[in-house]
Design a protein. Sequence first.
Length: 400
Amino acid sequence: MRCDRVWINARLATLDPEREGLGEVDRGVVAALDGRIAYAGPQAEAPAFDAAQTIDCEGRWITPGLIDPHTHLVFAGDRAHEFELRLAGASYEEIARAGGGIVSTMTATRAASKADLVATALPRLDALIAEGVTTVEIKSGYGLSLEAELKCLRAARALADHRRIDIRTTLLAAHAVPPEFRHDPDSYVDLVCSQMIPAVAAAGLADAVDVFCETIGFTRAQARKVFEAAHRHGLKIKIHAEQLSNQNGAALAAGLMALSADHLEHLDADGIETMAASGTVATLLPGAYYFTREHQCPPVEALRAAGVPMALATDCNPGTSPLTSPLLVMNMAATLFRMTVEECLAGVTREAARALGLSDRGVLRIGKVCDLALWDIERPAELVYRMGFNPLHARVWKGH
């Protein structure tokens, strides 16, 4: 078999759902051709390879490249002062209502140039790449005007010009009501639907549209209007739902065939049932749960029982999850949410791909994109078990 390169003497965690558990292969081989996996499986069953390059993995583990399906990497400024306020007893909602939170970051982001936004986002992106991330989703949502949202999405897309990584972008204009619309949020929603979504779709700057459906965000009715506008313009939908309270946003989004519903600490049985029926992914964000000192965990056992796929993400953002470590995310998901090693690893690979609507990656299988992470570990559980330790040996993006 002709191929560009082949990795031999490896142990594979394929995450292939057709294999049991993590889809482990003890003596495995992966071969790449034109950026795709040409073979992934047991060495004993592999064909003879005519490879331009052969890499001896010396017994290292190979997983799919990691995927971060929920980030807010592009923003200006920071919110360290709000962290101090929370330590003094203020709640996230109190800070937001006092003019902090998302609107605070909006002010700094509107003042920044696209070049500034790219420059400040690159170190955050580099931290993800250093832990094996090969695909990342980046939301807008800190501009909250047509011009600023377009700027943020362009900055997010421009990151792929500087690093070897796939970027997916999501329009999150319905993140907060900007100050100029504070007395008329419905008019802002109309602006999002009639101007922002059409402009973003026409420019090809977003893959999906997201809404923060919450008591301090947007109502269920407002979210529906945004989603219907997104569908009219051929964009997929996602939702921030049930983080602080149960607004039944997940059920709404799932009923409209959302790719994912994210956060979900206050998700109820109806929401779980609707998500299970639609195939909507539950993207869990343990960094935000930890950082905001929440007490109600997402209903992981019920999601598991219903067969709802669960993805994990950093939710990297300046206010509630200044986190750039998918490895720590897995440890948090296991210790705080009681997810299994298999669920955690699937959550940053196979299910994370599903949360972005990407069927071409996240598992080691013939025909998939050859995004790989090679690890200096003895068993996959180490990736979930350790804290503050990065055993990444090499990262492969599109076969290179």
